[in-house]
Each structure stands twice: as structure tokens, then as C-alpha cells.
Design a protein around this ligand. Sequence first.
Ligand code: FES
Length: 137
Amino acid sequence: MMDTVIQIPKEFQGKGLYAVLLDQGIPFSAPCGGNGTCGKCRVRLLEGVLWEKNSGRPLVPDAQGYLLACHAVVSDTGCTVAIPALTGDGLTLSDGVSADGGDRLGVALDIGTTTLAVALVDLDTETVLKSASCLNP
Ligand code: FES
């Protein structure tokens, strides 16, 4: 998967980058909800200037160009950022599983803030027939 590149126009000046990205429907992981503790909202600043949320000073990205979206405010230049691609294979259980009419099957779901997981279970033998997981966008 490739990074998602998005341009934020200067009309969003003064708004938090994290909120702007969520409002734009950009899928990225932010399990701490924007508190600055998980580090999962990292974006790479490609162009423009972002302000630090509490100080209003220009936010300096790290050596690789990354910064935390939840600490950034859109400046009067607007900006272009790259959001790292979420990794994971998605949730697919359709291949390799067959059941006749007599099988009792169950599905277990784990919907976490960072991960989605699903398992198809044979209830008679109590065995997991197939499972899959991915990051929760
Ligand atoms: S959302 Fe967790 S550090 Fe920004």
C-alpha cells in the first residue's frame, strides 16, 4: 500500500491537522484519540508549514520529516502531508473453509481501537477454522 498524500489548503488555518484529516475521511490510526501519547498519528510534512498546537510556533518535523498530526495546527501556508499506509491483509475468511449442513459454526469478533480480528469457529469441535485480522482504520 502507498502513503495517502493530501493537500490541506490555507482556508483551514487555525484548525488542528488531526481533526481536519478526520473530517476529510482520511483513514489513519490514532488510538490515543489525539492526546499525543501513542505516536500513531504520524504524518510526513511534504510542503508548507504547520504550527505547534499549544505554542503557535512552527512545528519542526523529525529527521525523516514526520510529526504528530494531533500536535499540529494548519498555518497560513496550508500544507501537503503524507499519511503512512495502514498495513494488514484485511478480513477475508472466504477461502479454504467449507461446511456441510450439519456443522455448527460461530464467528468471534474482536473490535479493538487498533486491531480488528475475526475467527470462524467450529462449535462442535471448538476449533478455529480460519482467522484474520487487520489494523482498525
Ligand atoms: S493520536 Fe496518538 S499521538 Fe497523536
